[in-house]
Design a protein around this ligand. Structure first.
Ligand code: AMP
Length: 513
């Protein structure tokens, strides 16, 4: 299913976003300092930056890498790159120069835009690949915007085909090297169209945008959906619970990672009154605890809508707008997307409610990994399904349930142990906030099931009480061999629990002396 082409034959995402704009004065973005940017302004600014890109030698198909703090010019740089027919390559602001060296030499961009403080270090890498360097600071200042101020706003959007690349996003790569996921104009456009429909976005919507824009969630899901719907967004440099609760009085939708929701729940200001103007709360990028879902409903009257996606595929499934938003489930396949569960070994589809590998196919699914044809081949089935690496099941109502990454599966004494099953049992204990179950090397069992648990301050939860609560509820081979109570779990910026860090921390606990 290709997304509609609207009035233009140009499949460039920028054309599909803006060619039929009827009211340039309509508000697109507002900021906390009162700055308001209309759709017309946004298009003009994208024209100026596109002219700067071309003047710096960026040609269609070239990569433009950006490691910048979140800012409106940063978002405009994405739109301008796509408009110029080039390929946008956002980089996590946390990456060090050492890490950047890999991304830049792998992607070979012709232009790198970075914070002024990093320009010197990046210039040294850029020389090796013949790239230009321009700067853009968190305050919007730098050589990029200086040049843009002098450039013309008019720019003819470069013609692109559905299958041409619009962006490369590197996966977070907790095992092995990070891979560049190649996303086409149609991957991005088709997914945004589906989401606008599924989530009933209209030009009356006001989105609270507090996500980073180097990741698919904040960059594509939040920004593209808002712009396609002609809605507006309140663009926040970072997540701050009290600011967000105040903004809910005039916003309608928030997209967040689960940690946004757990942190907002800690504020006494979150209640039915403070959320009364809102229409929809969406969560994704990491599993939302069923307890958080329930607590949110009790406090605000809203059932959080959880959806499931990944860098390589955009969004795959969503709980329904109307109908049951089931805690702990990620909903049904989006229109045009096929989801199936297979036996990881044979690739054969398996029965409902049976746990296996989640595979997806559709216009949302990326074209492959940048300069890794073998890796790409290995992760697609012959019939075009992408092997997501997520384990899960599909229930009788077609809702998908995710049980964790395949690489997090624990194999103890030859038996498969699905961490989520044990985590759900532990999470149900009074006083437990959340838990993570990992496998760590064990001389007898191969891997020893190990639980790391976070409790409320006054809870009397310890190793013995967890083991006692699980006794009789779980088969012996699933029982944790050790339980550790900690203050918090390590998470990345998207709220994902970093099980690789936990595995490192506890790697020696079963070692024989
Ligand atoms: P990323 O490529 O950084 O967006 O990470 C994608 C991965 O995040 C997926 O493969 C899932 O493992 C996980 N993920 C995304 N959304 C959800 C969700 N709603 N529930 C559970 N896991 C999720």
């Amino acid at each position: 299913m290709n997304a509609p082409q609207k009035t233009t034959m140009n499949a460039n995402l920028f054309s599909r976003l803006f060619d039929d704009l009827d009211n340039p004065a309509r508000l697109a973005i507002e900021m906390l300092d009162g700055t308001r940017i209309s759709y017309g302004d946004l298009i003009g600014e994208a024209g100026r930056i596109a002219n700067v890109l071309v003047a710096s030698g960026v040609k269609p198909g070239d990569r433009v890498a950006a490691q910048t703090d979140k800012s409106v010019p940063g978002l405009v740089l994405y739109l301008a790159t796509v408009r110029a027919g080039a390929v946008y390559l956002p980089l996590n602001t946390a990456y060090t120069l050492n890490e950047l060296e890999y991304f830049l030499t792998d992607a070979e961009p012709s232009l790198v835009v970075c914070d002024p403080s990093k320009a010197e270090g990046i210039a040294a890498i850029a020389t090796k690949i013949n790239a230009h360097v321009m700067t853009l600071g968190a305050d919007g200042k730098g050589s990029l915007t200086e040049a843009a101020a002098k450039a013309k706003p008019e720019f003819t959007t470069v013609a692109r085909a559905n299958d041409d690349l619009a962006a490369i996003l590197y996966t977070s790569g907790t095992t092995g090297r990070s891979k560049g996921a190649m996303l086409t104009h149609d991957n991005l456009a088709s997914n945004s169209f589906s989401l606008v429909d599924t989530w009933r976005f209209t030009d009356k919507d006001v989105l609270i945008h507090a996500l980073p824009i180097y990741h698919t969630h904040g960059l594509f899901v939040a920004s593209n959906v808002t712009l396609f719907a002609r809605a507006s967004m309140i663009f926040l440099p970072k997540f701050d619970p009290e600011t967000i609760i105040k903004l809910m009085a005039r916003a309608t939708v928030m997209m967040g990672v689960p940690t946004f929701y757990t942190r907002l729940l800690q504020s006494p200001a979150l209640n039915k009154e403070s959320t009364a103007h809102m229409r929809l709360f969406i969560s994704g990028s990491a599993p939302l605890l069923a307890d958080t879902h329930r607590e949110w409903s009790a406090r605000t009257g809203f059932a959080i809508l959880e959806r499931y996606g990944m860098t390589e595929t955009n969004m795959n499934t969503s709980n329904p707008y109307d109908g049951d938003r089931v805690p702990g489930a990620v909903g049904r396949a989006l229109p045009g997307v096929s989801v199936r569960v297979t036996d990881p070994e044979t690739g054969k589809e398996i029965a409902r409610d049976t746990i296996g590998m989640i595979e997806v196919k559709g216009p949302n699914v990326f074209k492959g990994y940048w300069r890794m044809p073998e890796k790409t081949k290995a992760e697609f089935r012959d019939d075009g399904f992408f092997i997501t690496g997520d384990l899960g099941k599909i229930d009788a109502d077609d809702y998908v349930h995710i049980l964790g990454r395949g690489k997090d599966l624990v194999i103890s004494g030859g038996f498969n142990v699905y961490p989520k099953e044990i985590e759900s049992e532990i999470d149900a204990m009074p006083g437990v906030i959340e838990s993570a179950v990992i496998g760590v090397p064990h001389a007898d069992f191969g891997e020893g099931v190990t639980a790391v648990v976070v409790c409320t301050k006054d809870a009397k939860v310890d190793e013995a009480s967890v083991l006692k609560a699980l006794d009789g509820r779980l088969a012996k081979f699933k029982m944790p061999k050790r339980v550790f109570v900690v203050d918090e779990l390590p998470r990345n910026a998207m709220g994902k629990v970093q099980k690789n860090i936990l595995r490192d921390t506890y790697s020696k606990i079963y070692a024989k002396n």
